[in-house]
Design a protein around this ligand. Sequence first.
Ligand code: ZN
Ligand code: ZN
Ligand code: FE
Length: 723
Amino acid sequence: MQNNPAGVLLEAEGEHGAVDEFICRLAEEAPPLAVITGLTISDIPPTAGEGFAILASGVGASQVQIAPDSDVCPDCLRELFDPADRRYRYPFITCTNCGPRYSIITGIPYDRQNTTMARFPLCSACRAEYEEPANRRFHAQPNACPECGPQLRLLDGGGRALPGDPLATAIRLLQDGRIVAVKGIGGFHLAVNASNDVAVVELRRRKRRDEKPFALMVADLAAAAKIARLDPLEERLLSGVERPIVLLGKRPGHPIAPLVAPGNAYFGVMLPATPLQHLLLRDNFAALVMTSGNISDEPIAYDDNEALARLAGIADDFLTHNREIRTRSDDSVIRVFQGNPLFLRRSRGYVPRGITLPSLQPSVLAVGAELKGAICLTRGNQAFLSQHLGDLQNAATMQAFAETVSHLRQTLEIAPELLAHDLHPDYLSTGYALAYGDLPKLAVQHHHAHMASCMAEHCLEGETIGVIFDGTGYGSDGTIWGGEFLLGDYQGFQRKGFLCPVPQLGGDAAVREPFRIALSHLYLLYGAALFKLPLPFLDAIAATERPIYLTALERQINAPLTSSCGRLFDAVAVLLGLRSRIAYEGQAAMELEALAERATSDRVYPFTITEGEAGAILDFGPMLRELVAGVTAGAERELLARAFHNTVTAAVAEMCEIIRSGSRVNRVVLSGGVFQNKLLSEGVCTALAGREFQVYSQRLAPPNDGGVALGQAVIAGRRLKCV
Ligand code: ZN
Ligand code: ZN
Ligand code: FE
């Protein structure tokens, strides 16, 4: 047996039946983390060899995959809590079936010297396990024990080691309400006791995070069930080896501090992903807040010195160790939608698992969008989407972005032939791409990339309808798009329809202050009389500011046109009095969804569709008039929010009918960040399926901008193939 860049080479010799059985069992009994992507069998002359040997890793053309990081396996977990085991309560227990991979790999092939475990020579007991083919730790590269492996340390805010047992002391500090930074697989978390109101409030203050929900970690499924409601799929996702954060409906009467997830019907919950986290949680806490170790939008801290410096004003203490993290990655975030996972963030545990593309294509590097940075590299028919990198406008994130490109290129041994980037000239990812060597480059329209991302993960070929609802994307005509009905394939697309464009008052400021977009909509409907409407949110706009906004709308000053569907959700949230300003992206839309979920109604408001040269224009003006009338008459906001969702759903179905009748295309893909809204996604899927459309939504890549790089990569790969 030999590991080489093309995969694993096995030579087996024996009786005919025995060799056949070996081949069968190879696939059936593969260890939990092994994924056999293909098996090629050929006969070679027998050599009368005996025994079993693993040869030194070879060299050649690369086909390697890198395993993602994985939770502790059941065998290691049993040993971890077995007083008779030599690794009893050892926080770095691992075997071939579990443990860190992507986060510790420094190069290829995947051998111990190419991981951050290289500095820990195996003791004789560990070496014996490592060399014994029948042992569960045979060739387990991160294998270690208390004698030879990494050790925990507990440091105070100044980096000085605290006396006593690091783990026991950290648990006591957390119980006392202190904020402890805990080194995880992909970086540091900031931990506090989730039942301690004062500690949670203090963490919010220090992290400068006012409203965005904090994630929780609980010991096991039973502990999760005490704070949230779980269905079987949610249980499976929570306890899977990837260990994502899963959004779960809060259970009434839960013991969690109110400020963990204020104004939100959900908790983001995960189970322990490392032996250290198992040791921290078991028998100690109902739940710990485990939020990324960073300030606001900075990338997660992953290096000890960096963490001490950057988290100095936030964490009281640091529970850390001397096994380095080579590649940082944030936690993945998932919600369940119609029996399928819906990724809000695809990161630790899933990366860099390959996504199978519909066909072989030249190697491409795609650099994604900007706010939810993620890159994609392809090789053959495999696409490797990177971990979530965050907002590239942050300088440290941009640096992490560049490092990820070179690390993934190197470890996956991919030499791209083409570089794909967004059509937006000002995205930092576009700037990075244009400055990147002398590779040919291709600009891909944002919503076409969203559409191709969904098509690619379902291996769809040929013409497809794309309903792409998101916040902001640079349109082919230079205006802001975001409520798009496209028809096309990987090669190209036509814009068949779109939401009626409205002025985005204040440009980018309208994203953080959605009352501006509400003013735009009202201006189109009521003109200067809008300020006479008895809507509560208008009261908060000062009399001195009103003429400024009106003038800007009249003369179209700093009010670029947008067809964004995300902005429509924002405007409706404002009209219903939910909020006029947001503290984090998508907040208004999430609250609108939560409001609608509390009501049942079949009511659909009127809307108009006007077919013209440029495509079918979907105008929700009539619906907005009804909503204004409803708010004015004091109707229940829950019902209005529900009827709004129903109306968008009905309008999507109508628009798809129009496109189908003109094209005979019956397939619809749904993508864009607005489809993170479960109520809308379920409504649209059901409505379209009811009209006998084939509907596809994203399951492997996020529908938000975190999945855009995948679409860019496939579009570029096809373009190159055709040239
Ligand atoms: Zn294990
Ligand atoms: Zn050892
Ligand atoms: Fe987008």
